[in-house]
Design a protein. Structure first.
Lengths: 497, 327
């Protein structure tokens, strides 16, 4: 295997492949950073251009893009509280508070280091254990997907902020939203007032509306009141001590990210939410999360990048995409006349190991790009809000339109922007909606398919071991969070007001 | 401060300029004699890299040389193809904007899109590919033939788990017809895309899947999946030992996923002829034929009249099967 990897590196170090990695990394970084533009979209946009490139070059370009997007998504999350990607939303929970305290570079630095950690670890796993892991992941059926979805939702208890009840309400609202569209099981339309709603309410307008546009409205309100916050910003990167303190968080995030990525169709943005939730749950000072804890940035960021390599496991070894962006990557293979799957390793080992080598190299390149770029990103924080706000608004409206070519999505984004603004005014957490929208369809269809498989009985959820285990963990996590929440409430009451 | 005002003004101008740029409409009248005088757009309702998208791009690559104008593929997904069709219907039919059409959209015309479009709204230009569907199982399955499968289904009503994409889709209707012909009851589990079908059968979550040969070909080659039958008219060149449903005694079950091009009704005759000719010549190009061979697809070219008749037949068959399903 080592010789194959060496051979892969040889191929990748040819100048056109190196160029491809760099170009892919730059484009991916930008696509991830710009709110509303997603990796999937960028891949879809570049795909036609790869037609004329040789196979390895095109795949290396797109894979680097895919990975870099996760590096870039955290930039706007941390600096202006607007996630560049759905998976970057949890990074803002502790990243933005750090910026407000004047330490954006610390948050950015940790996010880059954690991303590198996650990227290298998961790529290593990809190289070493692809095939057995893929064979295991394939056993996941509807009951397991349902359990996984519920587990993902249970994370909301740790995101709920002060009131877990409000968190649950927003999750429920998010789930309701996902029922819009043509029901994939029965083929009957639900709430489809317009053809554009056939596929349901898409994620990008929701994400962009709830985070970016609501942020715009809030800033407008602040501007109107004449009270724009001014940050005194230090460019200090995290110290070695701080980095080492985060090592468990990074490891946790990487493992969670890799596993979520491996399970086909589990929704890769969920990984960072789960990593954040788990990190908070197992830390000694969970109540500080949300105020600017470095581990709270490290875990989700490691998870984000680990998901990419994880998603490549089923893609390369079975030809099954582990995420939506990976599905578009399959197109890159087919355009070249290749088929990712069990035979790819056998027929084109050079290509596969070339991709592995490209990923390793790419992560390192992105790390340097990130570290070098940190002083620039930090400057974003100092740009006057009067200039930044309209630019962000224009960018996200464009992105909402660009993804589908459908102007209906721009209206959706605006509507959700308004909804998000109202929610924030009334202290409802906004992030759980993203979680629900990402997981909703999977949960509903898995539930119904399971019942179809068992002809109406619920026993499949308990007789299948993995489903049972995951569900148990989900309920345990939820119960624990609620218990802790009630306890803390009692404690603060007991301490007297 | 003067500076702030200037910056805001510049930004406003930039945004307005960008917006206006997006509104520009092409006003050059299309003259039939010079067709094509500008770029032709091919709308596609699936994502970049999907089979139909790749077909369109392969055709465009060759045909544009013949036509002397660029042909670009524009992806407009959503609404079971409805978003793309709506866009097609909005524009003038002057030959500069055409669309891909597959069996999935024809099926949708009988269900999701029934109230939005009629079959007669479109003119059929040419068909390029026609792939049958396949019934497949994991290679260690006890079912070695359609007969085995149906025997089991007859003896165990609702126990046979058959998975495939969609509800009311051709894949679903195919299986329903098969079951009905045998007086058997099967349990249909609608899944997402082809990859999901493969995952579910390989992982043992489905007993049988209704899918396409192209989706499972590499797994068949790797010995992980076995095809029990295909819904073609005659046995496929690449799979000589897989029987057709027709020869197994189900003559009506000849259904394919076909892919071709259409235009909105009213396309000028001259433009239509030029387009059809260019597309036809593209299918004879060696580079294109290489792509077809690599994907194990046979040439299924049909001209306008043939394609219209074929699609109409399929449209009516789907309508009939859907009607039965609703009872």
């Amino acid at each position: 295997m080592l010789e194959s990897l060496m051979a892969g590196f040889e191929l990748v170090l040819q100048w056109q492949n190196l160029m491809a990695i760099v170009v892919g990394a730059v484009v991916g970084y930008a696509a991830g950073a710009l709110p509303g533009l997603s990796a999937g979209m960028a891949i879809a946009l570049l795909l036609p251009f790869t037609f004329t490139l040789p196979p390895l070059t095109s795949l290396v370009l797109l894979t680097a893009l895919y990975a870099a997007a996760e590096y870039g998504g955290s930039i706007t999350s941390i600096t202006i509280n607007v996630p560049g990607e759905a998976g970057s939303a949890p990074t803002a929970f502790d990243g933005y508070p750090l910026t407000k305290q004047g330490f954006p570079a610390k948050a950015l630095g940790i996010s880059i280091i954690a991303s590198l950690f996650g990227g290298l670890l998961s790529t290593g796993a990809l190289i070493l254990i692809s095939v057995p892991v893929a064979n295991f992941a394939i056993k996941f059926g509807p009951p397991e997907y349902f359990a996984l979805g519920i587990f993902g939702l249970s994370m909301v208890a740790s995101l709920g902020g002060k009131s877990w009840l409000k968190g649950l309400i927003t999750v429920a609202f998010g789930l309701l939203i996902t029922t819009v569209g043509i029901d994939p099981i029965s083929g009957i339309g639900r709430y489809v007032f317009s053809m554009s709603l056939f596929e349901g309410i898409p994620l990008i307008p929701v994400l962009v509306g709830l985070f970016a546009i609501s942020e715009v409205f809030m800033t407008l309100e602040e501007m109107g009141q004449g009270s724009l916050p001014y940050f005194k910003v230090s460019g200090a990167l995290p110290t070695m001590q701080e980095v080492l303190r985060c090592k468990i968080a990074m490891l946790r995030g990487s493992i969670i990210g890799f596993i979520i990525g491996v399970v086909p169709g589990a929704g890769k943005s969920v990984a960072s939410f789960i990593a954040y939730g788990e990190q908070k749950r197992s830390s000694k000072n969970p109540e500080q999360y949300g105020t600017g804890v470095l581990e709270g940035v490290a875990a989700p960021e490691a998870a984000n990048v680990a998901v990419v390599a994880g998603a490549l496991v089923p893609l390369l070894s079975l030809g099954i995409p582990g995420s939506a962006a990976a599905a578009i990557l399959i197109g890159a293979f087919t355009i070249q006349g290749l088929q990712p799957g069990p035979l790819l390793f056998v027929k084109e080992p050079g290509l596969v190991y070339g991709i592995f080598a490209a990923l390793l190299l790419g992560n390192i390149i992105m790390f340097f790009m990130g570290i070098l770029g940190t002083p620039v990103w930090t400057k974003i924080v100092t740009v006057s809000k009067e200039i930044l706000t309209p630019v962000v608004l224009a960018m996200v409206m464009f992105a909402a339109f660009a993804e589908s070519g459908n102007s209906f999505h721009m209206w959706l984004a605006l509507i959700f922007g308004f909804v998000g603004y109202l929610m924030r005014k009334f202290d409802f957490p906004v992030a759980p909606i993203v979680l629900s929208v990402v997981l909703g369809e999977m949960i509903e269809t898995s539930f119904r398919r399971t019942l179809m498989m068992s002809e109406g009985s619920y026993d499949l959820f308990v007789t299948r071991p993995f489903a049972l285990i995951i569900l148990f963990i989900a309920f345990a996590a939820l119960a624990y969070q609620v218990y802790r929440g009630i306890n803390d409430h009692k404690k603060t009451k007991a301490q007297g007001c | 401060m003067k500076n702030k005002g200037l910056i805001s003004l510049t930004l406003i101008c930039m945004v307005v300029a960008l917006a206006l740029a997006g509104c520009a409409k092409s006003t050059a009248p299309a003259q039939e004699a010079n067709f094509p005088a500008k770029t032709i757009t091919i709308l596609n309702s699936s994502a970049a890299g999907s089979p139909t998208d790749v077909m369109a791009r392969q055709i465009a690559r060759v045909a544009e040389k013949n036509l002397g104008q660029a042909m670009i593929v524009s992806n407009l997904t959503g609404g079971s193809g409805g978003v793309m069709l709506a866009h097609l219907m909005k524009e003038k039919s002057d030959g500069y904007i055409i669309a891909t059409l597959t069996a999935s959209q024809i099926a949708a015309l009988q269900s999701d899109l029934k109230t939005h479009f009629k079959f007669e709204d479109f003119e059929f230009l040419a068909n390029i590919q026609s792939e049958p569907y396949a019934i497949a199982v994991r290679s260690d399955s006890p079912f070695k033939s359609i007969n085995d499968m149906m025997e089991y289904a007859k003896a165990n009503p609702m126990k046979l788990k058959v998975g495939g994409q969609g509800t009311g889709s051709a894949l679903h209707l195919l299986v329903l017809e098969l079951a009905e012909a045998n007086n058997a009851k099967i349990s249909w589990i609608p899944l997402g895309g082809g990859a999901e079908s493969v995952t579910s059968v390989l992982g043992g979550n489905m007993d049988v899947i209704s899918t396409a040969p192209a989706t499972v070909s590499q797994y068949v080659e790797a010995g992980q999946i076995r095809m029990l039958a295909v819904s073609a008219d005659k046995r496929l060149a690449g799979y000589k030992d897989v029987p057709t449903l027709k020869e197994l005694g189900y003559p009506e079950l000849v259904m394919t996923q076909y892919r071709g091009f259409i235009a909105k009704k009213g396309i000028p005759a001259g433009a239509k002829a030029r387009l059809v000719d260019a597309i036809h010549k593209a299918t004879e190009d060696p580079g294109f034929q290489n792509y077809m061979a690599q994907n194990k697809m046979e040439n299924a070219y049909m001209g306008p009249e043939q394609f219209t008749a074929y699609a109409k037949k399929d449209f009516e068959l789907i309508g009939k099967l859907l009607g039965k399903m609703d009872k």
